[in-house]
Design a protein around this ligand. Sequence first.
Ligand SMILES: Nc1ncnc2c1ncn2[C@@H]1O[C@H](COP(=O)(O)OP(=O)(O)O)[C@@H](O)[C@H]1O
Ligand SMILES: [Mg+2]
Length: 248
Amino acid sequence: MKTITVAVINQKGGTGKTTTTINLGSALSKLGHKVLLLDLDPQSNLSYSLAASDPDNTLAEVFLGSKSIQDIIVEKDGLWIAPGSNELVDIEISLVQQPERELFLKKILAQVKGFDYILIDCPPSLSVLTLNALTAAQEVLIPLQMEVLTLQGLDQIMRTVQKVRKAFNPKLKIKGIVVVMFDVRRKLSQEVLEYLQENVKEKIFRSYIRLNVKLAEAPSFGKSVLDYEPASNGAKDYKALAEEFVES
Ligand SMILES: Nc1ncnc2c1ncn2[C@@H]1O[C@H](COP(=O)(O)OP(=O)(O)O)[C@@H](O)[C@H]1O
Ligand SMILES: [Mg+2]
């Protein structure tokens, strides 16, 4: 079985990375795929949002070599999760001094078998943890909000991907851009989207994610929006995205 590993990146915080990792992952699992979510952000919002935090079993221990990845993976609502923790801050610092520091996660994931998709929720920076994700992944998924500075941010992401291709991962592919938190009533959102469609050669998924309060509420219940409120626009949008995602 071939596993497709996807890094969900954007160097800004609050741009929908965690929400997209969780809900795209959940939608993919409901389509019958076996999905592992990796929480690589020291803020560990993904682990909290799925009530999967466990201070003794986190990716930080796996990076340190005191646990194997199999030891820390947990299952929730049909989704598999490798939780993170704030200790990843220390990992980040200690990695900087290591030889081959960008290759740790790739080696860790070489031990993981049996998943159709591994989605990596990255920190909001182009840090060494993010470089690990980009080196371990085959594909990159970029959630983008339709704001004035969106294009500038996208440019920085593309330059980082280009650097990673040169140095560590020549086959790294941009899976596509997902438009998130789209406000259908706001003229600016539509204008930025049109600009993006005309000026960016990367794939922009047709299925965009609308602003939807259920997406923001679901984490308090430790669930994806598909389990929390399956009839919501948030659930519908991520389901549509998942269908397009597997076909692309
Ligand atoms: N489509 C959406 N509609 C409403 N709120 C959203 C949506 N997507 C994300 N949010 C909320 O926006 C905030 C930032 O999203 P998050 O996924 O945590 O971003 P990141 O992981 O990039 O920092 C969170 O509070 C989240 O619940
Ligand atoms: Mg996040």
